[in-house]
Design a protein around this ligand. Structure first.
Ligand code: ATP
Length: 226
């Protein structure tokens, strides 16, 4: 459709005012265990925002991506895959759990593969006309993948609330959840690095915050880039 000034208004990814190509905004979303990252992402999806779930995708890639599987077998032995070709997660966890050097090797194999996959996904979403996308990852800062993102959302909640949620979700103990929390970057540190903070305490206030951040991201996304 042409505006009364002859400007194309509804061509995907073009700023109607400046007629400049709009680069898709790449947004990262992270938060500590049990903060509600995935829950928040599912609410963003209701606005039509495409979401890349990096942790779920990593699991899928480790089961299906042949190059990645070959590298894991090379580093951890063929027994890391079961007869059905799927990753033996318990076996791998047993290897890396108490051996930081092995954990680093695992990360150095998996993180680049997920990063590359995420880049390809973002390119595909941009080609489809997405205005902005979300990349959800527990270790967004720790893996360095935040560097390739335009804005970062951090989801937070009080520690006791997070512990309670994870205990219920995973049927585990408070001690086990605390141990997992202690291995992560502190919530306050993540908050310092955030462009947007979503405090996930109650459903009522959660939806309002998500709408607000969504509006802001649309605004940032529609500004033409140099
Ligand atoms: P993880 O890092 O372990 O993947 P997460 O940050 O993605 O966790 P979710 O899985 O989204 O967290 O949420 C943890 C649990 O808390 C889920 O069972 C979810 O349904 C519940 N939950 C999330 N937000 C709320 C809320 N506002 N009120 C009540 N329960 C919630």
């Amino acid at each position: 459709m042409l505006s009364k000034f002859g400007i194309l208004l509804d061509v995907k990814n073009f700023c109607p005012v400046h007629r400049k190509k709009i680069k898709m905004l790449k947004v990262g979303i992270t938060g500590g265990i049990g903060s509600g990252k995935s829950t928040v992402c599912r609410l963003f999806e209701k606005f039509g925002v495409p979401v890349y779930y990096a942790d779920d995708r990593a699991k899928w890639l480790m089961n299906h991506e042949e190059d990645l599987k070959a590298k894991l077998k090379e580093s951890f032995g063929a027994a890391v895959y079961k007869e059905d070709g799927l990753l033996d997660r318990a076996y791998l966890a047993g290897i890396v759990f108490k051996d930081n050097a092995k954990l680093e090797i695992l990360n150095s194999i998996v993180h680049p593969a997920v990063f590359e996959d995420g880049q390809a996904w973002q390119a595909e979403q941009e080609a489809l006309g997405a205005v902005y996308t979300l990349k959800e990852a527990a270790l967004l800062f720790e893996t360095g993948s935040y560097k390739n993102l335009d804005r970062i959302i951090v989801v937070t909640a009080p520690e006791e609330t997070r512990i309670k949620r994870v205990m219920e979700r995973d049927n585990t103990t408070a001690e086990e959840v605390r141990a997992r929390i202690n291995k992560q970057m502190p919530q306050e540190e993540k908050e310092k690095r955030a462009d947007h903070i979503i405090t996930n305490i109650a459903w009522e206030t959660l939806n309002i915050q998500i709408s607000d951040v969504h509006e802001k991201l649309l605004y940032y996304a529609k500004r033409p880039k140099a």
